[in-house]
Write a protein that binds this ligand. Structure first.
Ligand code: FES
Length: 187
C-alpha cells in the first residue's frame, strides 16, 4: 500500500542532493510539533533565482512542498513574488500536490525556510551596496530616504501605502519588517 498519494511520491523521487549552481544562500526552519527541520539553499544571479536544493528530515509532504516551491522559483525574478506569503502560495502548492488540510503546517515550515533564504539574499545585496542612504528593498532598489519621503508625502503611513507607491515589500517580502520599523520611527 502506498504511504503517500502518487503526486507526492513522484515529487519525493525528484529530490536530489545536488549543489545549486552559482553563489548560494540558505534558509532554515523547524517544527517543534513534529521535530522536522528544513534547509533550503537558493542560488541567485542578481535577483533571478537560478537554482535550489532541499535538505530535510521531514515527511513526504515537506519534501513535496519544498520541491514544488523550489521549481516554481527557478528562473524567477524576486520582484515577481508579490511578498511571497498568504493563500496564493498555498493554492500553488495544492494545485500540484492536492489539498493540504491538516498538513498545512508542513507547507508553512517550507515557506518559512524560503523566507529566511530570501532574507540572507537581501543581506548579501545590501552588503554590496554603496549608496548614501541605506538600501532597504533590494528587489526594487528602494532606499531609506525614498521610504521616508513617501511616508511624508502620503499622510498616514502604512506599509500598504509605502508598497503602493514604491513597490517596497512586494517582491520577496523580506524588507517588510524594516519598512514597518521606518514607518514607526517617522510616526
Ligand atoms: S527586499 Fe524583496 S520585497 Fe523588498
Amino acid at each position: 500500500m502506498a504511504v503517500y498519494p502518487q503526486r507526492i511520491a513522484d515529487l519525493i523521487d525528484t529530490m536530489a542532493d545536488v549543489e545549486p549552481r552559482g553563489k548560494s544562500v540558505s534558509g532554515r526552519s523547524a517544527s517543534f510539533e513534529c521535530g522536522c527541520f528544513v534547509e533550503i539553499e537558493l542560488s541567485f544571479d542578481g535577483n533571478i533565482c537560478i537554482d535550489g536544493r532541499l535538505r530535510t528530515n521531514g515527511c513526504g509532504y515537506v519534501i513535496a512542498t519544498s520541491q514544488v516551491l523550489i521549481s516554481s522559483l527557478r528562473g524567477v525574478d524576486t520582484k515577481a513574488l508579490k511578498g511571497f506569503d498568504g493563500d496564493e502560495i498555498i493554492a500553488k502548492i495544492e494545485s500540484q500536490i492536492g489539498r493540504l488540510d491538516d498538513r498545512r503546517n508542513c507547507a508553512e515550515i517550507c515557506i518559512a525556510a524560503l523566507h529566511r533564504a530570501f532574507e540572507a539574499h537581501r543581506a548579501d545585496l545590501v552588503a554590496e551596496y554603496a549608496g548614501e542612504s541605506a538600501l532597504i528593498c533590494t528587489c526594487f532598489g528602494v532606499d531609506e530616504a525614498a521610504i521616508i519621503a513617501s511616508i511624508n508625502e502620503n499622510g498616514i503611513p502604512t506599509i500598504d501605502k509605502v508598497s503602493a507607491s514604491l513597490m517596497a515589500g512586494r517582491g520577496c517580502g523580506s524588507c517588510r519588517g524594516l519598512v514597518e520599523e521606518i514607518i514607526d520611527t517617522v510616526r
